[in-house]
Design a protein. Structure first.
Length: 251
């Protein structure tokens, strides 16, 4: 599906804003890109494929920034990734019906809106964190990976709230782990889609450039400064509206 030049400019601007807001909390922004593309009635395979590519770019930038700042913990990352990566590939490979895709995406958007609405005060200090149990991490990573691959997101919108609300990590540790988690899951999802021949991108590189600019800005602000909670909450409302639209389309 080709977008008109005017529509493409709108989409690219929104991609830049979403990339900046999401990368400030260590996310790639796929749920936001999917919300935007859903408003323009882009086909599901093209939505998911484009969002995953943008996700890789933005989460890659966030990964570099947060890891370089010293917030990444391999101890927190690997128990989730060991099951999420193969199942994200399976999810990307498995073709689901359009109505089911819309419902799963609506669910992901609602979770993402909740994540974006969380204030930094939910975070805890390192001394207050609780130990991560493998019996919880393995199935959590697998479930998130499978759903992420099917929908076309990286899974950070599911992992981050759990890590902070269950006090497994501080806010910046969570952002760093989420960034790497999203990166590897997005790559796995792309691999699954390529294997079944379902990788279908928007025929333009302009949103990619917008994602790079937004990712650089947001990840820097997230790693070194406070970000605007009010702006993230505005985006959360947009995600809720997109979730409602998708649910109606599925029924």
């Amino acid at each position: 599906m080709e977008l008109s030049p005017t529509t493409l400019l709108y989409v690219s601007f929104l991609v830049l804003v979403i990339a900046a807001l999401y990368s400030s909390v260590g996310h790639g922004g796929a749920s936001g890109y999917l919300a935007v593309l859903s408003f323009f009635s882009v086909p599901p395979d093209q939505m998911a494929s484009t969002a995953l590519i943008l996700n890789v770019i933005v989460s890659g930038i966030a990964t570099f920034t947060f890891v370089r700042a010293g917030y990444f913990s391999a101890r927190l990352f690997w128990p989730f990734a060991v099951t999420s990566i193969p199942l994200a590939f399976v999810g990307g490979f498995y073709r689901i019906s359009d109505p089911l895709y819309y419902l799963l995406l609506a669910f992901a958007l609602l979770i993402a809106s909740f994540r974006l609405s969380l204030p930094r005060t939910v975070a805890v200090h390192s001394a207050d964190t609780r130990p991560l149990h493998l019996a919880v991490a393995f199935p959590t990573g697998g479930a998130v990976g499978l759903l992420s691959g099917m929908v076309g997101i990286g899974g950070g919108v599911f992992l981050s709230p759990a890590m902070m609300l269950l006090r497994w990590a501080t806010a910046k540790e969570t952002a760093a782990v989420a960034a790497v988690f999203i990166l590897v899951n997005s790559l796995a999802g792309i691999g699954g889609r390529m294997t079944r021949g379902g990788l279908d991108l928007l025929p333009t590189a302009i949103p990619l450039l917008a994602a790079v600019a937004g990712g650089l800005l947001g990840s820097y602000l997230g790693a070194h400064h406070f970000t605007s909670l009010s702006l993230r909450r505005v985006l959360a409302v947009v995600l809720i509206l997109a979730a409602i639209k998708l649910t109606i389309a599925a029924l």
